[in-house]
Design a protein around this ligand. Structure first.
Ligand SMILES: Cc1ncc(COP(=O)(O)O)c(C=O)c1O
Length: 417
């Protein structure tokens, strides 16, 4: 059964949609670079600063309340990621910073002769931290290739290149350039067969699908709340025994207990308050669809079913419109029958106009998209799309079919000139 949420109610919660360009409402199709936030998230951030604002671990009221908020945010994040253990989630500056930290810690366990496997479908934040760490540890780096026609992972190259010496497989859950969703469970199974750990970059998938570290059976996962309707805060999850046994690069007075061991320095408490609220926003969306949800995790599962259903329509609308535009190439899955193997993130190029020119023309018409390599440099390099990259049109659950139609029509006008 199709799960539905009320789109007007959703959109009414996002003040950004009141913005106009030349009298017309802005169309935000830059979601892959960062989502808009509902008012309640902004209020949670300012509410924390105005009413609580304290450092961690003090005996006085504001610090006690602040720590209670942190505990609640860890629990919300655990529900969001699909773990029962809130202490296995660390908050940090962003995914990149957390990945640089954990890669350094992991690499101190590697020996010369070990190998790691990274993919050519990833954002650079899930490649360069690992290649730098491998370089420092004297470890070789192998690559999973991609199918250039669909911008999907070539799993044969994963199976060919994974060996008993592979210590780590780093993969994305979905590509922030092509929108392709990766078969994370299949990859973890292959990695675990040879004793390798799996790090999942879930940044791009997080606003589109329910994350599930337990079902995926991965070892480490990172994502970023500013992509799922929250503030600029990163999240790192790891298996308890791994997070406990690894040596974290941290200061001497800082706690050795989880999760504090991995939360170096003073946290962005107001941002973390906003992360908890963003997860509650999503859970409430699920509760609106099905008020019988018994837990926040269940409500989140319902929310993401509804989000998936709505985004499928947006994705089919984008696909249908883009394939009809003359001179346009879509870099990603274009078979409508495979629509559930991608999210509504479309990267295109045109045979005459550069991605930058297209984004500029759309911006003038109040349509916000992104041009360039989107830091998915391994992908643009593999597809031969450097230096211009692509025009990326990325929809989230708050977008409407009318916005997609307006965008396709605007692109049609731009290309016809
Ligand atoms: C797929 C993917 N991974 C990693 C990152 C980096 O995340 P952060 O900005 O939190 O460091 C991004 C950011 O765009 C991304 O899209």
């Amino acid at each position: 059964m199709t799960a539905r949420f009320d789109l007007d109610t959703v959109r009414g919660q996002f003040p950004a949609f009141n913005r106009t360009v030349e009298g017309r409402p802005v169309v935000f199709l830059d979601g892959a670079a960062g989502s808009q936030v509902p008012s309640r998230v902004a209020e949670a951030v300012s509410g924390y600063l105005i009413g609580t604002n304290a450092n961690h671990g003090g005996p006085f009221a504001t610090s006690v309340e602040s720590d209670a908020m942190l505990d609640a945010a860890h629990q919300a994040a655990a529900d969001f990621l699909g773990t029962a253990d809130p202490d296995t989630v660390a908050f940090g500056a962003n995914m990149t910073t957390l990945t640089l930290a954990v890669s350094r810690a992991l690499s101190s366990t590697w020996q010369p002769g070990d190998r790691i496997l990274v993919s050519r479908l990833d954002h650079d934040a899930n490649v360069t931290p690992w290649t730098l760490a491998a370089h420092d540890a004297g470890v070789a780096v192998d690559h999973i290739d991609i199918h250039p026609d669909t911008a999907t992972l070539d799993l044969d190259t994963l199976h060919d290149r994974i060996t008993d010496s592979t210590r780590l497989v780093a993969i994305g859950a979905a590509s922030n350039l092509s929108g392709s969703i990766n078969p994370v469970t299949e990859i973890t199974q292959a990695a675990h067969r040879v004793g390798a750990l799996v790090f999942v970059d879930a940044v791009h998938l997080a606003p589109h699908r329910l994350l599930n570290v337990e079902a995926w059976d991965c070892d480490l996962l990172a994502c970023s709340a500013y992509k799922f309707f929250g503030p600029h805060v990163g999240l790192l999850w790891g298996r308890r025994n791994l997070l406990e046994s690894l040596k974290a690069y941290k200061l001497r007075p800082a706690s050795n207990q989880l999760p504090d061991k991995w939360m170096t320095g003073t946290g962005n408490h107001e941002g973390i308050a906003g992360v908890g609220e963003a997860i509650e926003y999503l859970a409430d969306l699920g509760r609106d669809v099905d008020p019988t949800a018994e837990s926040r995790r269940q409500a989140l599962a319902t929310a993401f079913r509804a989000i998936g259903d709505h985004e499928r329509e947006l994705s089919l609308g984008l696909l249908d419109g883009l394939v009809r535009l003359p001179g346009v190439t879509i870099h990603g899955i274009t078979d409508a029958a495979l629509i559930d193997q991608r999210v509504a993130t479309y990267s295109i190029t045109h045979d005459q106009l550069s991605p930058g020119e297209l984004a500029e023309q759309l911006a003038r018409r109040g349509i916000f998209t992104w041009a360039g390599n989107h830091y998915a440099l391994p992908v643009t390099e593999a597809l031969g799309l450097e230096p211009g990259g692509t025009l990326r049109i990325s929809a989230l659950h708050y977008n409407t079919l009318e916005e997609i139609e307006r965008t396709i029509s605007a692109l049609g006008d731009v290309l016809a000139r």
